[in-house]
Design a protein around this ligand. Structure first.
Ligand code: SAM
Length: 267
């Protein structure tokens, strides 16, 4: 019996070719009968799911589903979301947003629901595969197809893209960052998802600092999601913050960033 960390699995013969293609693309083994794996990426008619089998506290699966459950509730509550306020989505203003930290795409989907065009980046290939699968299914449902059509997913490091914009001297309206932060929300479901996400993508403050610096160099508005009592990312004071019960959005506006930089060098 072999034990490896993550493998692709598929019990449905009709989806086997898809599973093999995925395994090849992600350079993961295809699970064989009798093998044990800590994590499985399962292809089924429900879509792509990530399962952790060796920890009783984390049983169940994580998949990206924009068509039911909490996603539908959030979709119907868009007016109440602080995120929309933070990115400046109000009335007829529907700014284009670069979501540089895609994750499971919940925030991007909310922004797209409110009418924003969203270009989202996810650098962790397995998370990106879950996200691509969820978006593909959302494009098939009448209630979500127009929303999903406003979202473009790029698999890769957002810093590379933002640096290329900087070289070309291009500015973008809004850049949204939601870097990994340990144990920041209380809901059991989110906790399980977050725990699984953290197995694939861990918090990396120095990488986040690079990301923020790349974002500030090209974004007219940079919005950062933080736990409500967390320090500012890279200790950089934002133009203003929008406070929720558990989370906070720090908003850096270009003029204010320039002023702050000028103040910093003079003092
Ligand atoms: C906390 S999650 C984001 C959750 C997301 N806002 C949502 O609504 O589901 C952070 C994600 O950002 C990704 N990430 C971090 N730095 C990145 C970068 N420079 N480029 C692309 N993705 C990045 C991580 O792999 C992780 O999946």
């Amino acid at each position: 019996m072999s034990l490896s960390n993550l493998a692709v699995t598929c019990a449905d013969p009709a989806l086997l070719a898809q599973a093999e293609e995925l395994a090849l693309r992600l350079q993961l083994p295809l699970a064989q009968p009798g093998e044990q794996h800590q994590l499985l990426l399962r292809c089924s008619s429900r879509g792509l799911e990530l399962l952790k089998l060796d920890d009783p506290n984390m049983t169940g699966s994580v998949r990206v589903d924009f068509t039911s459950g909490a996603a539908v509730f959030r979709r119907q509550q868009t007016g109440k979301e602080l995120l929309l306020k933070a990115v400046g989505c109000k009335g007829r203003a529907k700014p284009a947003v670069i979501d540089a930290t895609g994750g499971l795409g919940r925030d991007s989907f909310l922004l797209a629901t409110a009418g924003c065009q969203v270009h989202l980046f996810e650098q962790e290939p397995v998370i990106a595969a879950l996200l691509a699968d969820g978006l593909a299914r959302a494009r098939l449902y009448p209630e979500t197809m127009n929303i999903a059509a406003r979202i473009q997913l790029t698999v890769g490091d957002a810093v590379t893209f933002l640096r290329a914009l900087q070289v070309r001297n291009e500015q973008v309206e809004v850049i949204y960052l939601d870097p990994m932060f340990p144990e920041r929300r209380k809901s059991a479901l989110v906790k399980k998802e977050l725990q699984l996400l953290q197995l694939l993508a861990t918090a990396d403050p120095s990488a986040d600092q690079l990301l923020l610096s790349a974002a500030l160099s090209v974004g007219n508005r940079v919005v950062i999601k933080r736990p409500v009592r967390a320090p500012y990312l890279a200790d950089l004071r934002p133009s203003h913050s929008i406070l929720g019960t558990n989370i906070r959005f720090d908003v850096h506006l270009r003029t204010r960033v320039n002023l702050t930089a000028a103040n910093d060098t003079s003092g």
